[in-house]
Design a protein around this ligand. Sequence first.
Ligand SMILES: [Zn+2]
Length: 233
Amino acid sequence: MPSNWHSGTLCLLIETNQGLVLVDTGPGQDDYVHRPGIIRAFQVLTVVPLDPQEAAVRQVVRLGYEPEDVRHIVLTHMHFDHCGGLPDFPHATVHVHRREYEAFTGRPRRWTDLAYVRRHVAHRPELVLYDHTGERWLDATAIRLPFEPEMWLVPLFGHTRGHCGIAIQTEPGWLFHVGDAAPMDLGEYVPEWVVSFVLGPHAPRLREFRAAHPNVRMTTGHMWLDFFGDGVK
Ligand SMILES: [Zn+2]
């Protein structure tokens, strides 16, 4: 990536019947101070935003909430840039696919496993691990999460062994956050082999999904910073 491309991680904060649910945490406050080696490697390639004010916990506070108000965290996957903020919400219950947690805690098997940083769960959060249930959300295999409004974990394995998208019922309609299973714009401008090497095999399928469900808003885990507006520099 050219070094003038700034990137960030998309985190979503949702008010539910169980309190606030955060979908992915982005890097945590401590990551800005003690940068994991993998972040330093990324910095060679791209400008990683490293202003601690961008940590999800700081943004939650700026919205007028307490960190303890975030009762649950749902993870697309456990790479450092998606779950590094777990220690900032030590009271939150963490919801993740069982295969992802096993990949995180197991031996590295492919190069993307190097983006797991074990200390992100050193505080031993309460975990809820999910398995295949045979349910479906729209036409996708999915697992219902225990929240209202409705939220679903949608397995999109490939980028990591247990990577999932998250479907969220919002007032204007469904929002489908596909995490790192596709690049922004679902890879229309990125060579297919690069997409499948880094992000897994789902981009073509997700493009079909978007064509079949034009009313579902889709978003990915990494956007260029201008997407976020004024909140992030
Ligand atoms: Zn990732």
